[in-house]
Design a protein around this ligand. Structure first.
Ligand SMILES: [Mg+2]
Length: 232
């Protein structure tokens, strides 16, 4: 059984780690037992509980209120170190103005493809149209041409995300761990996706642990069952 080191700081991805992936990103559900576990974990770990996600912080707030003490959103592009504090935003390139309309056109050409607009990135989801994945990637590559210094296409679960370079989950973990109540504790990063490997690497570099959901817990329900157990 997976057990936490003493004095742990918990750095948790959201989708696919704490909550189940849904057919579309706004169809996710936060189970009541997760709320209970997060509240207890904050008490047990001196508030050192953070969510580190690709979603904008505003979406995390809508889903979890201030249950996590700190939130890193937009894959590290935005960080709020404590409840009620201002959101710090990394200096990153803004999406070229023509990209969102062009991305909408790309999505419209592939029935089932879904465009998710974020503050400084966009995602083309193909969960409902798996066969469209390669064509969507090719179209995004065409868009990216000439902008490679500032942007990159990141693979996600049944989706591609066009995001600015310069912030990732590693920079987020490092920034979170530099501040109270995280600093001095042992970071434990849990995530399920490619982008989470950056977070795991940063946690290990700070003497902590990085756990992949699929290997350690099976799925998000497994993570929630474990969180309930260690916070009971
Ligand atoms: Mg995830």
């Amino acid at each position: 059984m997976t057990s936490l080191p003493p004095n742990a700081a918990l750095l948790l991805d959201l989708d696919g780690t704490l909550i189940d992936i849904a057919r579309t990103p706004d169809a996710v559900v936060v189970p009541p037992d997760l709320r209970t576990s997060l509240a207890r974990l904050r008490t047990l770990h001196a508030d050192a509980v953070a969510v580190v996600t690709g979603r904008p912080i505003e979406q995390v707030d809508a889903l979890l209120d201030d249950l996590p003490y700190a939130v890193a959103g937009e894959h590290g592009g935005a960080i709020r170190h404590a409840p009620g504090e201002a959101i710090e935003r990394a200096a990153l390139a803004d999406l070229p103005a023509e990209w969102l309309p062009r991305a909408a056109t790309i999505a419209a050409t592939h029935p089932g493809a879904l465009l998710e607009e974020k503050r400084r990135s966009f995602v083309l989801h193909f969960r409902l149209a798996p066969e469209a994945g390669p064509a969507l990637y090719a179209a995004m590559q065409a868009l990216l041409a000439g902008h490679e210094d500032n942007f990159a296409i990141m693979p996600a679960l049944m989706a591609w995300e066009m995001k600015p370079r310069g912030a990732d989950k590693a920079t987020a973990v490092t920034a979170l761990m530099a501040r109270s109540p995280f600093t001095g504790r042992t970071p434990v990063y849990i995530g399920d996706d490619t982008t989470d490997e950056d977070g795991m690497r940063a946690a290990r570099a700070l003497g902590g642990l990085g756990w992949r959901v699929q290997e350690h817990f099976g799925d998000a329900a497994g993570v929630r069952a474990w969180l309930a157990r260690i916070s009971a």
